[in-house]
Design a protein around this ligand. Sequence first.
Ligand SMILES: *[C@@H]1O[C@H](CO)[C@@H](O)[C@H](O)[C@H]1NC(C)=O
Ligand SMILES: *[C@@H]1O[C@H](CO)[C@@H](O)[C@H](O)[C@H]1NC(C)=O
Ligand SMILES: *[C@@H]1O[C@H](CO)[C@@H](O)[C@H](O)[C@H]1NC(C)=O
Ligand SMILES: *[C@@H]1O[C@H](CO)[C@@H](O)[C@H](O)[C@H]1NC(C)=O
Length: 400
Amino acid sequence: MAMSSTLKLVSIFSIIVSLTITTQCVMALPPPIKAAYWPSWSETFPPSAIDTTLFTHIYYAFLVPSSVTYKFEPSDSTSTLLKNFTTTLHGRNPPAKTLFSIGGGGEGPLLFARIASHKESRKIFITSAIEIARKYGFDGLDLDWEFPQNPKDMANLAKLFQEWRNAIEKEAKSTGRSPLLLTAAVYFSADFRWDEVYRKYPVKSINKNLDWINPMCYDYHGSWNKTVTGAHAALYDPKSNLSTSYGLVSWIRAGVPGSMLVMGLPLYGKTWTLKDPKMNWVGAPAIGLGPGEDGILTFSQIEKFNKENGATVVYDEETVSIYSYVGSIWIGYDDARSTAVKVGFGRALGLRGYFFWALSFDSEWKISRQGKREWFLSTSISFFLCQYDYLKNSSIIEVK
Ligand SMILES: *[C@@H]1O[C@H](CO)[C@@H](O)[C@H](O)[C@H]1NC(C)=O
Ligand SMILES: *[C@@H]1O[C@H](CO)[C@@H](O)[C@H](O)[C@H]1NC(C)=O
Ligand SMILES: *[C@@H]1O[C@H](CO)[C@@H](O)[C@H](O)[C@H]1NC(C)=O
Ligand SMILES: *[C@@H]1O[C@H](CO)[C@@H](O)[C@H](O)[C@H]1NC(C)=O
C-alpha cells in the first residue's frame, strides 16, 4: 500500500517535471524558418510544383515599385500570378506562408536609395506595399535592396524599417488582422567596405522592426574575377573574411540575436576555365569563366553536367564546399553533404533557420530535403541539451 502510493507519487512527480521541461524547452525554441525564394519568371516551375512539406515560408521573387510613382503597379498577368501563388501555397497540405520580395540583385541600389531618402516617398512606397500584400493575400513583405551604398543609405534604411513597422502595426490594429511579416535580404556580413566606402547595417532598427533577416551567404567569388577559382559560398576560408562563418558571426557580434538570423544557402554554383587542368583546387589559376550564363549553373544543371561528362567530384573539407572538374572546366558549388554541415553550423550558432536561393534550382529536392533533415536532427540534440540544462538548473540531477 505504502509502496504503491509512493510509486504513484513518483510517477505523478515525473509527469509534472517532464511537462514543465517540455514547455520550457519548446518555448525556448522559436519556430524555425525553412524558407526559399521562388523565381516568378521560371515558366517550368509553377507554384503548384513546390513541395510545401520542405518549407515554412516561400518568397515570391520579385516585385519592383515604379521608378516614377514609387508604387507597385503589377500588370494583369503579374496580378494573376500573385493571386495564384498565394492561393496555391495556402491551399497546400501543409500550407506555406507567403511573402513577396521587393527588389532583387537585378534591380541595383539606386531606386531604393531614392525612395528611402524622403519621408514622403517612404510613405507612398510603404502604403503601396501593404496594400498589395493584403490585396493578393500575402503573409508578409521582404526588402532585397542590393545594396545600400553608404552610411546615409543605411541611416535612411533604419527610418524606412521603423516607419514600415509602424504602418504594419497600424494596419493590423485597424483591420483586426494579424500583422504582416517584415523581413529583409541583407549582405552576408553586418558591415562591409566596397569602393573604399565603409557601411554598416542599422542593427538597432533591424532588431526593433523586422521579424528576421536573410543574410545572403553566397556569391563570395564569381565572374568579376576570372583569374582564380573559388568556393562561392565557403563556410570557412582560412585566407579571407569571405565566408559564411565570418558573415554570420559578424551579425551576432553586431548585436543581432541568432533568433533573427536566417542563413542563406545557394542551390547553384560558379564555373571557371582552368589555366592548367592539373591544377584544379579551390583557388587554382583560371583563364575565364566556364559553362552557364555569367559562369552560373543551377545545382540540377551541375549534377547533369557532372554525370554527362564524367566529372570528378570532390568534397573540400577546408571550405565545406564541393567542386567538380573535367578537362579544364571547374565548378564550385554545394550539395546535400556540404549543406548539411552548414545547417548544423547554423543550428549550433543558435540561428532561426535557413533559406535557399532559389527553390527551383534543386535537383529532385535533394538539398532541400537534406536541409530539413539536418535541422531536425540538430534540433533534437539541442532539445536534449535544453532538458539536461533544466534538470541541472532545478537540481533534479546533480552534475559534478
Ligand atoms: C494556378 O495556375 C495554374 C496554371 O495556370 C492552374 O492550373 C491552377 O488552377 C491555378 N490555381 C489557382 C488556385 O488559381
Ligand atoms: C582575383 O583574386 C585573386 C586572389 O584573391 C587576387 O589576387 C586578384 O587580385 C583578383 N583579381 C581581381 C581582378 O580582382
Ligand atoms: C577580417 O575582419 C576583421 C574584423 O572583423 C579585420 O580585423 C581583418 O583585418 C579582416 N581580415 C581580412 C583578411 O580582411
Ligand atoms: C539554466 O540556467 C542558465 C543560467 O542561469 C540559464 O541561462 C538557462 O536559460 C537555464 N535553462 C533552463 C532550461 O531553464
